[in-house]
Write a protein that binds this ligand. Structure first.
Ligand SMILES: C[S@@+](CC[C@H](N)C(=O)[O-])C[C@H]1O[C@@H](n2cnc3c(N)ncnc32)[C@H](O)[C@@H]1O
Length: 274
Protein backbone atom coordinates (compact mmCIF):
# COMPACT_ATOMS: atom_id res chain seq x y z
CA UNK A 1 0.00 0.00 0.00
CA UNK A 2 2.06 2.94 -1.20
CA UNK A 3 1.25 6.58 -0.55
CA UNK A 4 0.16 8.86 -3.32
CA UNK A 5 2.26 11.92 -4.11
CA UNK A 6 -0.49 14.12 -2.63
CA UNK A 7 -0.51 12.17 0.62
CA UNK A 8 3.27 12.34 0.89
CA UNK A 9 3.17 16.07 0.19
CA UNK A 10 0.63 16.55 2.95
CA UNK A 11 2.92 14.73 5.40
CA UNK A 12 5.94 16.69 4.20
CA UNK A 13 4.16 19.99 4.72
CA UNK A 14 2.97 19.00 8.18
CA UNK A 15 6.46 17.89 9.25
CA UNK A 16 8.11 21.00 7.79
CA UNK A 17 5.65 23.36 9.48
CA UNK A 18 5.88 21.69 12.86
CA UNK A 19 9.57 20.76 13.07
CA UNK A 20 11.42 22.42 10.14
CA UNK A 21 12.54 18.91 9.10
CA UNK A 22 12.82 18.68 5.32
CA UNK A 23 11.70 15.33 3.92
CA UNK A 24 13.30 14.89 0.52
CA UNK A 25 11.56 12.98 -2.30
CA UNK A 26 13.48 9.80 -1.46
CA UNK A 27 11.99 9.71 2.05
CA UNK A 28 8.59 8.47 0.90
CA UNK A 29 9.51 4.87 1.75
CA UNK A 30 10.43 6.05 5.26
CA UNK A 31 7.09 7.82 5.67
CA UNK A 32 5.27 4.67 4.58
CA UNK A 33 7.27 2.43 6.92
CA UNK A 34 6.72 4.70 9.91
CA UNK A 35 3.17 5.83 9.32
CA UNK A 36 1.47 2.54 8.50
CA UNK A 37 1.94 1.09 12.02
CA UNK A 38 0.92 4.45 13.49
CA UNK A 39 -2.21 4.53 11.29
CA UNK A 40 -3.16 1.00 12.39
CA UNK A 41 -2.64 1.80 16.07
CA UNK A 42 -4.88 4.86 15.67
CA UNK A 43 -7.64 2.71 14.13
CA UNK A 44 -7.15 3.49 10.43
CA UNK A 45 -6.85 0.76 7.83
CA UNK A 46 -4.42 2.69 5.61
CA UNK A 47 -2.18 5.74 5.42
CA UNK A 48 -4.71 7.20 2.97
CA UNK A 49 -7.46 7.19 5.59
CA UNK A 50 -5.06 8.57 8.22
CA UNK A 51 -4.09 11.47 5.94
CA UNK A 52 -7.73 12.08 4.98
CA UNK A 53 -8.66 12.35 8.64
CA UNK A 54 -5.69 14.59 9.50
CA UNK A 55 -6.43 16.96 6.66
CA UNK A 56 -9.99 17.47 7.85
CA UNK A 57 -9.19 18.66 11.36
CA UNK A 58 -7.09 21.19 13.18
CA UNK A 59 -3.67 20.28 14.57
CA UNK A 60 -4.10 17.87 17.46
CA UNK A 61 -2.40 14.95 19.20
CA UNK A 62 -2.56 12.77 16.09
CA UNK A 63 -0.80 15.38 13.94
CA UNK A 64 1.82 15.61 16.69
CA UNK A 65 2.31 11.83 16.65
CA UNK A 66 2.71 11.81 12.87
CA UNK A 67 5.27 14.61 13.06
CA UNK A 68 7.17 12.84 15.86
CA UNK A 69 7.13 9.57 13.90
CA UNK A 70 9.05 11.31 11.15
CA UNK A 71 11.92 12.42 13.41
CA UNK A 72 15.07 10.31 13.55
CA UNK A 73 16.03 9.65 17.15
CA UNK A 74 19.26 7.72 16.71
CA UNK A 75 21.62 8.35 19.64
CA UNK A 76 23.92 6.52 22.05
CA UNK A 77 25.91 7.05 25.23
CA UNK A 78 29.16 9.00 24.65
CA UNK A 79 28.28 9.16 20.96
CA UNK A 80 31.42 9.48 18.80
CA UNK A 81 33.53 9.28 21.97
CA UNK A 82 36.14 11.89 20.94
CA UNK A 83 34.00 15.00 21.68
CA UNK A 84 33.76 13.75 25.27
CA UNK A 85 37.52 13.24 25.30
CA UNK A 86 38.00 16.84 24.17
CA UNK A 87 35.70 17.98 26.94
CA UNK A 88 37.54 15.89 29.52
CA UNK A 89 41.11 16.61 28.45
CA UNK A 90 40.92 20.27 27.46
CA UNK A 91 37.68 22.20 27.28
CA UNK A 92 36.29 21.66 30.76
CA UNK A 93 39.67 22.32 32.37
CA UNK A 94 39.82 25.63 30.52
CA UNK A 95 36.25 26.59 31.38
CA UNK A 96 36.64 25.62 35.02
CA UNK A 97 39.70 27.86 35.27
CA UNK A 98 37.82 30.72 33.56
CA UNK A 99 34.82 30.38 35.89
CA UNK A 100 36.79 30.12 39.14
CA UNK A 101 35.09 33.19 40.56
CA UNK A 102 31.49 32.68 39.38
CA UNK A 103 31.65 28.88 39.99
CA UNK A 104 28.89 28.41 37.47
CA UNK A 105 28.67 26.28 34.31
CA UNK A 106 25.79 25.75 31.91
CA UNK A 107 25.69 22.87 29.43
CA UNK A 108 22.95 22.39 26.87
CA UNK A 109 22.12 19.17 25.08
CA UNK A 110 19.86 20.53 22.33
CA UNK A 111 17.83 17.80 20.57
CA UNK A 112 18.75 15.25 23.23
CA UNK A 113 16.53 12.46 21.85
CA UNK A 114 16.13 9.76 24.55
CA UNK A 115 18.67 11.36 26.88
CA UNK A 116 21.91 9.41 26.40
CA UNK A 117 23.84 12.61 25.60
CA UNK A 118 22.90 14.66 28.70
CA UNK A 119 23.47 11.63 30.94
CA UNK A 120 26.86 11.10 29.30
CA UNK A 121 27.71 14.71 30.16
CA UNK A 122 26.51 14.21 33.74
CA UNK A 123 28.65 11.06 34.11
CA UNK A 124 31.68 12.79 32.62
CA UNK A 125 31.41 15.65 35.13
CA UNK A 126 30.80 13.31 38.04
CA UNK A 127 33.69 11.02 37.15
CA UNK A 128 36.39 13.50 36.23
CA UNK A 129 35.59 16.85 37.77
CA UNK A 130 35.13 16.51 41.54
CA UNK A 131 36.31 20.14 41.69
CA UNK A 132 32.81 21.08 40.51
CA UNK A 133 31.21 19.96 43.78
CA UNK A 134 29.72 23.07 45.29
CA UNK A 135 29.46 24.79 41.91
CA UNK A 136 26.18 25.57 40.18
CA UNK A 137 26.26 23.27 37.17
CA UNK A 138 23.20 23.06 34.96
CA UNK A 139 22.79 20.38 32.31
CA UNK A 140 19.77 21.37 30.27
CA UNK A 141 18.34 18.75 27.92
CA UNK A 142 15.79 19.83 25.33
CA UNK A 143 13.89 18.01 22.60
CA UNK A 144 11.12 18.58 20.08
CA UNK A 145 9.52 15.17 20.53
CA UNK A 146 7.43 14.83 23.68
CA UNK A 147 7.79 11.06 23.46
CA UNK A 148 11.58 11.25 23.35
CA UNK A 149 11.72 13.81 26.13
CA UNK A 150 9.56 11.55 28.29
CA UNK A 151 12.02 8.72 27.67
CA UNK A 152 14.95 10.97 28.56
CA UNK A 153 13.21 12.10 31.71
CA UNK A 154 12.46 8.50 32.68
CA UNK A 155 16.13 7.50 32.30
CA UNK A 156 15.40 3.86 31.70
CA UNK A 157 17.32 2.00 29.00
CA UNK A 158 17.27 -1.45 27.46
CA UNK A 159 20.27 -3.77 27.52
CA UNK A 160 20.83 -2.98 23.85
CA UNK A 161 20.92 0.75 24.56
CA UNK A 162 23.37 0.50 27.45
CA UNK A 163 25.56 -1.78 25.34
CA UNK A 164 26.05 1.14 22.96
CA UNK A 165 28.87 3.33 24.23
CA UNK A 166 28.46 2.96 27.98
CA UNK A 167 31.48 1.38 29.72
CA UNK A 168 30.53 -1.45 32.11
CA UNK A 169 32.12 0.39 35.04
CA UNK A 170 29.78 3.38 34.52
CA UNK A 171 26.78 1.12 33.98
CA UNK A 172 27.15 -0.57 37.36
CA UNK A 173 28.00 2.67 39.11
CA UNK A 174 25.23 4.91 37.80
CA UNK A 175 22.39 2.51 36.87
CA UNK A 176 20.44 -0.16 38.69
CA UNK A 177 18.91 -3.13 36.95
CA UNK A 178 15.13 -3.23 36.72
CA UNK A 179 13.92 -6.40 35.04
CA UNK A 180 15.70 -6.48 31.71
CA UNK A 181 16.22 -2.68 31.71
CA UNK A 182 18.61 -0.31 33.44
CA UNK A 183 17.36 2.67 35.43
CA UNK A 184 19.63 5.65 35.96
CA UNK A 185 20.20 6.31 39.67
CA UNK A 186 18.71 9.37 41.33
CA UNK A 187 21.87 11.40 41.92
CA UNK A 188 22.64 11.51 38.19
CA UNK A 189 19.00 11.68 37.17
CA UNK A 190 18.44 14.88 39.12
CA UNK A 191 21.45 16.57 37.59
CA UNK A 192 19.68 16.94 34.24
CA UNK A 193 16.86 19.42 33.57
CA UNK A 194 14.44 18.66 30.75
CA UNK A 195 12.40 20.94 28.55
CA UNK A 196 10.45 20.73 25.32
CA UNK A 197 12.08 23.03 22.79
CA UNK A 198 11.56 23.34 19.06
CA UNK A 199 14.82 24.71 17.70
CA UNK A 200 13.00 26.21 14.73
CA UNK A 201 10.62 28.29 16.84
CA UNK A 202 11.05 30.88 19.59
CA UNK A 203 13.23 29.58 22.37
CA UNK A 204 12.29 29.90 26.00
CA UNK A 205 14.63 31.85 28.23
CA UNK A 206 17.89 29.92 28.55
CA UNK A 207 20.98 30.90 30.55
CA UNK A 208 24.22 31.90 28.78
CA UNK A 209 25.84 28.64 27.72
CA UNK A 210 29.37 27.36 28.21
CA UNK A 211 28.85 24.19 26.16
CA UNK A 212 26.21 23.62 23.50
CA UNK A 213 25.90 20.09 22.15
CA UNK A 214 23.66 20.46 19.10
CA UNK A 215 24.62 17.30 17.31
CA UNK A 216 22.98 15.48 14.44
CA UNK A 217 19.94 17.69 14.16
CA UNK A 218 20.86 20.59 11.83
CA UNK A 219 21.27 18.03 9.01
CA UNK A 220 17.49 17.66 8.88
CA UNK A 221 16.81 21.36 8.26
CA UNK A 222 16.91 23.66 5.25
CA UNK A 223 19.59 26.30 4.81
CA UNK A 224 17.68 29.28 6.23
CA UNK A 225 16.61 27.36 9.32
CA UNK A 226 20.20 26.28 9.98
CA UNK A 227 21.37 29.89 9.67
CA UNK A 228 18.70 31.19 12.04
CA UNK A 229 19.45 28.52 14.62
CA UNK A 230 23.19 29.11 14.49
CA UNK A 231 22.70 32.83 14.90
CA UNK A 232 20.62 32.19 18.03
CA UNK A 233 23.26 29.80 19.36
CA UNK A 234 25.86 32.52 18.80
CA UNK A 235 23.89 34.92 20.99
CA UNK A 236 23.51 32.33 23.73
CA UNK A 237 27.07 31.03 23.78
CA UNK A 238 29.48 32.73 26.19
CA UNK A 239 32.49 34.31 24.40
CA UNK A 240 34.73 31.44 25.54
CA UNK A 241 32.04 28.75 25.22
CA UNK A 242 32.06 25.88 22.72
CA UNK A 243 29.53 24.53 20.25
CA UNK A 244 29.59 20.89 19.18
CA UNK A 245 27.84 19.79 16.01
CA UNK A 246 27.49 16.30 14.54
CA UNK A 247 30.22 14.77 12.39
CA UNK A 248 28.36 15.64 9.16
CA UNK A 249 27.54 19.21 10.23
CA UNK A 250 29.44 22.48 10.12
CA UNK A 251 28.96 26.23 10.56
CA UNK A 252 31.00 26.77 7.39
CA UNK A 253 29.06 28.80 4.78
CA UNK A 254 26.19 29.16 7.25
CA UNK A 255 27.58 31.45 9.93
CA UNK A 256 31.11 32.66 9.53
CA UNK A 257 31.15 34.37 12.89
CA UNK A 258 32.03 30.94 14.29
CA UNK A 259 35.59 29.69 14.12
CA UNK A 260 36.63 26.06 14.07
CA UNK A 261 38.69 24.76 16.94
CA UNK A 262 40.28 21.33 16.75
CA UNK A 263 41.17 19.07 19.68
CA UNK A 264 42.72 15.85 18.40
CA UNK A 265 39.96 14.26 16.31
CA UNK A 266 37.26 16.69 17.45
CA UNK A 267 36.16 19.81 15.68
CA UNK A 268 34.08 22.26 17.64
CA UNK A 269 33.23 25.92 17.25
CA UNK A 270 33.70 29.15 19.13
CA UNK A 271 32.46 32.63 18.41
CA UNK A 272 35.17 34.46 16.50
CA UNK A 273 36.59 37.42 18.40
CA UNK A 274 35.76 40.76 16.81
C1 LIG B 1 19.48 12.01 15.41
S1 LIG B 1 18.83 12.62 16.91
C2 LIG B 1 20.28 13.29 17.67
C3 LIG B 1 20.33 13.05 19.15
C4 LIG B 1 21.61 13.54 19.84
N1 LIG B 1 21.77 14.96 19.69
C5 LIG B 1 22.80 12.81 19.28
O1 LIG B 1 23.57 13.39 18.52
O2 LIG B 1 22.98 11.63 19.60
C6 LIG B 1 17.96 14.08 16.33
C7 LIG B 1 16.95 14.61 17.33
O3 LIG B 1 16.56 15.92 16.91
C8 LIG B 1 15.22 16.10 17.26
N2 LIG B 1 14.66 17.21 16.47
C9 LIG B 1 14.25 17.20 15.18
N3 LIG B 1 13.76 18.39 14.83
C10 LIG B 1 13.87 19.19 15.92
C11 LIG B 1 13.54 20.53 16.18
N4 LIG B 1 12.96 21.32 15.27
N5 LIG B 1 13.79 21.03 17.42
C12 LIG B 1 14.36 20.25 18.37
N6 LIG B 1 14.69 18.97 18.19
C13 LIG B 1 14.46 18.45 16.97
C14 LIG B 1 14.58 14.74 16.94
O4 LIG B 1 13.36 14.57 17.62
C15 LIG B 1 15.68 13.79 17.39
O5 LIG B 1 15.46 13.31 18.69
Amino acid sequence: MTMTAAEFNYIRRLVLEQSAIVLEDDKQYLAEARLLPLARRAGFDSIASLVASLSLKRFDGLHQKVMEAMTTNETSFFRDFHPFEALRKSILLELIANRASSRELNLWSAACSSGQEPYSLAMLLQEHFPALNGWTVRIIATELSAEMLARAREGRYSQLEVNRGLPASLLVKYFRQQGSDWQIKDDLHFRVEYQILNLAENWPLLPPMDIVMMRNVLIYFGLETKKKILSKVRQLLRPDGYLFLGGAETTFNLDDSFERVQFDRTICYRVRKA
